[in-house]
Design a protein around this ligand. Structure first.
Ligand code: ATP
Ligand code: MG
Ligand code: FE
Length: 349
């Protein structure tokens, strides 16, 4: 059957249709521009935008797939983690659709969605695989076996800022537009990555090999900018962006490749919004080739939040015969990563 996936955890409203691992259509609306003047996502604005967008986006995804509501065999929705008010809009829409269509409802962990995005392009994930998830809220290394059935082995996280958050915050200091990640990526094209030497946090021999830290890097970049501006010079933004991007890409890919080696895993999957970064993609490719590791990265449009990735997890759950979520399932704004693969209703409280 066809699974309709709905995503509304942050500032993108997404709907996608997946059947047997194949993407049939998807649509996206974003309230990004409404948040730009605040420099970050404003929860109330995001929730209201989801209310306005959720029905048209579902319609649009169905139209793109050439399908109607009668073709939908199950509904999957992000229940967490994310902004509570934003999540509730998608969950309410999913519940009413599942109820009125008489089809099962599946709750999906947002990060399992980011991982599953890759399957829509490259097919089933090998068991096991190493996943580096790098997004606006997360930077984690995960050992994934069966996304629809087994708990994820959570190797490490960032101790402070996520990589995407670091890009977003430094971009602001550099005077680049919001959202910062894509702006840094664009600015870096004309810069020299070797022009500034930014730190590579937690890469020393005594450091936790799977932990990340980006707040010191953020501070180093801000100090560098202050120093230059304080001396009355114009900020070489392109150079700063290239050097920052190099530092982040270096740390991320070095640790991810080491994690594969340590665990004897021969596939690395890089997912989440920061996986759209050109230098992260290029350096991951280079280092994986050298290490004999197969690299998988979703196409750019599926790296950031979307509904197709939620439908992809729903499709896995349906095919694994997972028990549906109850129609009164609630949102879980801080859903733990270890249980990303499992449905909210089965997670031990
Ligand atoms: P989470 O998934 O952790 O809940 P999120 O959903 O907000 O957080 P995503 O939508 O996966 O995060 O990714 C958004 C992040 O990706 C932002 O921090 C954004 O700046 C970053 N990003 C997007 N494109 C790029 C790029 N080309 N280079 C660097 N960062 C990027
Ligand atoms: Mg977003
Ligand atoms: Fe996300």
């Amino acid at each position: 059957g066809v699974v309709l996936g709905i995503e509304s955890s942050c500032d993108e409203t997404g709907a996608g249709l997946v059947s047997d691992g194949r993407l049939l259509g998807h649509a996206l609306a974003s309230s990004m521009e409404e948040h730009a003047r605040f420099g970050g996502v404003v929860p109330e604005i995001a929730a209201r935008a989801h209310v306005e967008a959720v029905q048209p986006v579902i319609r649009q995804a169905l139209d793109e797939a050439g399908l109607g509501f009668g073709d939908v065999g199950a509904v999957a929705v992000t229940t967490g983690p994310g902004l509570s008010g934003a999540l509730q809009v998608g969950v309410a829409a999913a519940k009413s659709l599942a109820y009125s269509l008489g089809v099962p409802l599946h709750g999906v962990h947002h990060l399992a969605g980011h991982v599953a995005a890759d399957m829509l392009e490259h097919g089933p994930l090998p068991d096991p695989c190493m996943v580096l998830i790098v997004s606006g809220g997360h930077t984690s290394l995960l050992l994934v076996r069966d996304l629809a059935g087994e708990p994820i082995v959570h190797l490490g996280d960032t101790l402070d800022d996520a990589a995407g958050e670091c890009f977003d915050k430094v971009a602001r200091v550099f005077g680049l537009p919001y959202p910062g990640g894509p702006a840094i990526d664009r600015a870096a094209r004309d810069g020299d990555p070797a022009s500034v030497s930014f730190p590579r946090p937690l890469t020393g021999p005594r450091d936790d090999p799977y932990a990340f830290s980006f707040s010191g890097l953020k501070t180093a970049a801000a100090r560098w900018a202050e120093g230059i501006r304080g001396s009355g010079h114009a900020l070489p933004v392109a150079d700063g962006a290239a050097a920052l991007q190099e530092a982040v890409a270096d740390v991320l890919t070095r640790k991810a490749v080491a994690a594969c080696r340590d665990h004897g895993v021969d596939t690395l999957v890089v997912v989440g919004g920061v996986a759209a970064n050109s230098r992260v993609r290029a350096l991951a490719e280079e280092r994986c080739r050298t290490a004999g590791i197969a690299l998988r990265v979703p196409p750019m449009r599926l790296c950031t939040d979307n509904g197709a990735m939620i439908a992809a997890v729903g499709d896995l759950l349906v095919r694994a015969d997972a028990a549906p979520a109850p129609l009164d399932v609630s949102v879980d704004p801080s859903a733990p990563l270890e249980f990303a693969a499992l449905q909210p209703s089965t997670v031990p409280g």
